[in-house]
Write a protein that binds this ligand. Structure first.
Ligand SMILES: Nc1nc2c(ncn2[C@@H]2O[C@H](COP(=O)(O)OP(=O)(O)O)[C@@H](O)[C@H]2O)c(=O)[nH]1
Ligand SMILES: [Mg+2]
Length: 245
């Protein structure tokens, strides 16, 4: 799934670096040169680390459980991720505190054989210590997964944090939007059952502007064919929403 292209690239890179080390050795390269290349080859086998960030309660832990295919991370309406959880592969579930606010959790999930995953409390966590620790994990991450909730994707702390992730630490980022089903429920509450009214309200709320007649017609057709939930997902994946001026 996620990793195929990555594993393919990693194995090609490993072979190339190995051959390069041989060429350097045969042509009188220094021990330091060879060591650097060997370290690079060894580093390629380290699991790929991704850190999941976003505000409290947006659905970070729920997203991870969906990825793991099991409820390994606690979720709930009251903030439940009170620590930073470092998920790694292990034969049985085993939790080991490695610092007062960091816990290593081994779980029997094949996905974790090649990936290490860090779940965090939230960029707006009440404990500022959490944020500091999250900030320590992020610069070491291979990938930062930013989770937003469709109910309120405008939380200031998330965007401020994103700015740092992107500009200061220069990490790769992907975005995950949770809870678009709840956005659909809100639309139903506020606009009733008519597809046109739902489409109008959805575009207004998501884009902050009045929709055109054509947009309402297209969106209503989509609601009728695929359901309101699908329209919500699509709206939050359109350029207008993704690129903020
Ligand atoms: N309906 C719905 N509820 C969700 C979704 N994602 C998370 N939740 C609920 O939102 C609450 C907070 O989720 P959680 O994963 O603990 O958030 P975290 O603080 O970001 O880790 C929990 O009660 C989840 O069951 C979603 O996509 N749809
Ligand atoms: Mg959580």
């Amino acid at each position: 799934m996620i990793g195929e292209a990555y594993f393919d690239l990693r194995s090609r890179l490993g072979k190339d670096l190995f051959q390069l080390a041989q060429v350097v050795r045969e042509n009188g390269g220094t021990a330091d040169d060879v060591q650097i290349l060997e370290n690079l080859v060894a580093g390629l086998n380290d699991p790929f680390v991704f850190v999941v960030v976003g505000e409290v309660n947006v659905g970070k832990s729920t997203f991870l459980n969906a990825l793991f295919g099991a409820e390994f991370s606690r979720t709930g309406v009251v903030p439940t991720t009170d620590k930073i959880y470092f998920f790694k592969h292990g034969p049985v579930v085993q939790s080991t505190p490695i610092a007062p606010t960091v816990e290593e959790v081994r779980v029997p999930c094949d996905f974790l054989k090649n990936f290490h995953v860090v779940d965090t409390p939230g960029t707006n966590s009440v404990e500022s210590e959490h944020q500091q620790i999250t900030e320590r994990f992020v610069p070491a991450a291979d990938l930062v997964v930013f989770v937003f909730s469709a109910l309120n994707p405008w939380g200031a702390s998330a965007w401020q944090f994103l700015e740092k992730v992107h500009r200061q630490w220069m990490r790769h980022v992907i975005f995950v939007l949770q809870q678009s089903d709840r956005f659909a429920n809100r639309l139903q509450r506020e606009a009733g059952d008519r597809a046109e009214a739902q489409a109008e309200r959805a575009i207004r709320l998501a884009f902050g502007r009045r929709p055109t007649q054509q947009e309402i017609a297209n969106a209503s057709r989509l609601i009728q064919d695929a359901g309101l939930f699908q329209l919500c997902r699509i709206l939050f994946n359109t350029n207008e929403f993704v690129y903020v001026d």
